[in-house]
Design a protein. Sequence first.
Length: 175
Amino acid sequence: MDETTKHKALLEEVLQPRNDYLGIEAIKPLLVQTIEHLASIGDDAWDLSALSALATAINKNTLNLTSQTGSDEKGIHSTNPIHGALFKLASSKVATEKLGERLTLLAHIINVAFKWRLDMRAAQNNPAFTEEDEKRLTPTTYRQNLESACKVVRRIEADGINLLTPLDRPTKCLI
């Protein structure tokens, strides 16, 4: 697998973008920062050097990311909430307060969402999981919770961010 293919696969895991990459050019700077935060707070679930390489490739434009035109797809916040959160933050007319903290919070959400998807994949291969696991590990439950978490990133007030535990710690320390 060549570097571009590896980067695109990792980007799919991180961003879970719309198929048309809506507004990707506008969100690149925020995406790079979010991936850098993810690399600093991530754990053994991720290849941290691959995350850093992805951030570098996006930042230096060696990974070709362009919006596709003519898509009839509607919405972004519920179907692709991570992409939607970055799109909203990047397209905000007013300077978003606590932008760095919002991106770090989003990185934590990406980290937890990735682990959740790993659990969902493992559950498919394990018929012995509990009824509680079965409820938690459904795609519908995953999507609803991911959408809610990303909505917090977009809408939380600066004072609310100040109340959060220092966000630069590993995700497992925050839970």
